[in-house]
Design a protein around this ligand. Structure first.
Ligand SMILES: [Zn+2]
Length: 81
């Protein structure tokens, strides 16, 4: 591995420790729930989930779990409040 790449890896470690540098704007994730899989998307800062609970509450265990994983990297998070 050349020295330029080693420097970039060190920089990546420093960036990865600072979540405030990141603003996740779009995402698509398949969540394996206890009762089946669910497609969860983040588009323009808004969550979407296909599960029944989300249709009524605009938030669910699947979207909130992702907010927790992405702690501090999604604006307007429900679970972080
Ligand atoms: Zn859901």
């Amino acid at each position: 591995m050349h020295s330029g790449m080693i420097g970039k890896i060190e920089k990546a470690h420093r960036y990865a420790e600072d979540r405030s540098r990141f603003d996740v704007q779009a995402l698509q994730v398949r969540v394996r729930g206890n009762n089946g899989d669910h497609e969860v998307r983040l588009e323009d800062g808004s969550w979407q989930c296909e599960c029944d609970f989300f249709q009524h509450e605009r938030a669910c265990a699947h979207t909130m779990a992702l907010e927790m994983i992405l702690d501090g990297m999604v604006r307007g998070s429900v679970a972080a409040a």
